[in-house]
Design a protein around this ligand. Structure first.
Ligand code: AMP
Ligand code: TRP
Length: 332
């Protein structure tokens, strides 16, 4: 059976982009694949984190998976650091990854900023650890938002480099699954920036834990342009804020942008925003409520992670012993 691996960093402020670009797609895929969903806490450490908040956010992402409908009986849900094999395979991959490949990574350039010399080695090696996450389980499919496309191409390159170097076909080349009308949700304040956990303005994003009033207020305050909505998808060209809101509506209602414009084309933003706010509250409201309920009893969430890390660890240990044999490491 084909296997899925994907993950979210426990860095707080889980938002509508994480939900529509990633988590909701996982819910849809869980019946057709053998699924492993990770909370990638080691990736979070590539930028400074407060220890207590890191623990809280790890439980929060787990609660978001469960509240969104990921079934821990069907899928493995665990946190990355609880399976030591991720770090180990990342080292083996670090030894076969040319610096030139890493130098192309745009996310490193964005996150390192101007003072690249001060950026940590972990931030630089981030995509190597990501390749290890996926390939430790020999996953064949990786559902992610569009921003992870380049990292996934690198994972494929690393799998290929390993297979060539050791003359094997051990690792599959994992396929990205970038799905739906909201694979890249943009900021509500600026249609040319991605919606992101780290944007200083809370009005730039809809958080998965926002209450109904907050969601409605954020939608109403979202930036727009003065024209009425266009009748066709082509009419969204050069109107990034309109394109973003229409894409969000299409994704939430599981239709296409063309269908949304068939209803709202020619109308003013105010009317459309009322409908969008209602739809967003209907979708996210119950999930946020369920997250709060789960977080009030962390014992349950921790139990899910514990069981998940046992199941993940078993697969990881089995694969790592094969990988050791392939590369020539002795297990006396
Ligand atoms: P991160 O928050 O960086 O850990 O991302 C977790 C998942 O959410 C990844 O699959 C990302 O591609 C996806 N994601 C993050 N931000 C967005 C966004 N603005 N639009 C769509 N998907 C996103
Ligand atoms: N880098 C991904 C992100 O920020 C998170 C991630 C880490 C991931 N390891 C992964 C996603 C493996 C898919 C598969 O969104």
């Amino acid at each position: 059976m084909n296997r899925i691996f994907s993950g979210v960093q426990p860095t707080g402020n889980l938002h509508l982009g994480n939900y529509l670009g990633a988590i909701r797609n996982w819910v849809d895929l869980q019946d057709d694949y053998d699924c492993i969903f990770c909370i990638v806490d080691l990736h979070a450490l590539t930028l400074p984190q407060d220890p207590e908040e890191l623990r809280t956010h790890t439980r929060e992402v787990t609660a978001a998976y469960l509240a969104s409908g990921i079934d821990p009986e069907k899928c493995i849900i665990f946190n990355q650091s609880s399976v030591p094999g991720h770090s180990e395979l990342a080292w083996l991959f670090a030894c076969i990854t040319p610096l030139g490949w890493l130098n192309r990574m745009t996310q490193f350039k964005e996150k390192a900023g101007k003072h690249r010399e001060n950026a940590g080695l972990g931030l630089y090696a981030y995509p190597v650890l990501m390749a290890a996450d996926i390939l430790l389980y020999k996953a064949t499919h990786v559902p992610v938002g569009e921003d992870q496309k380049q990292h996934l191409e690198l994972s494929r390159d690393i799998a290929g480099a390993f297979n060539r170097q050791f003359e094997t076909e051990y690792f599959p080349l994992p396929e990205p699954q970038i799905l739906g009308e909201a694979a890249r949700v943009m900021s509500l304040r600026d249609g040319s920036n991605k919606m992101s956990k780290s944007d200083p303005s809370d009005y730039s994003r809809i958080n998965m834990t926002d209450d109904a009033d907050t969601i409605a207020l954020k939608v109403r305050r979202a930036r727009t342009d003065p024209e009425p909505l266009p009748e066709t998808v082509e009419g969204l060209e050069g109107r990034p804020e309109a394109a973003n809101l229409i894409g969000i509506y299409a994704s939430l209602s599981r239709t296409s942008r063309a269908e949304v414009l068939a209803t709202f084309g020619g109308k003013m933003f105010s009317e459309f925003k009322d409908a969008l706010a209602t739809l967003a509250v209907e979708t996210l409201g119950p999930i946020g409520g369920e997250m709060q309920r789960l977080l009030a009893e962390p014992g349950h969430v921790d139990g899910v992670l514990h069981r998940g890390s046992e199941r993940a660890g078993e697969i990881a240990r089995h694969h790592l012993s094969e990988i050791h044999r392939i590369v020539g490491l002795l297990r006396p």
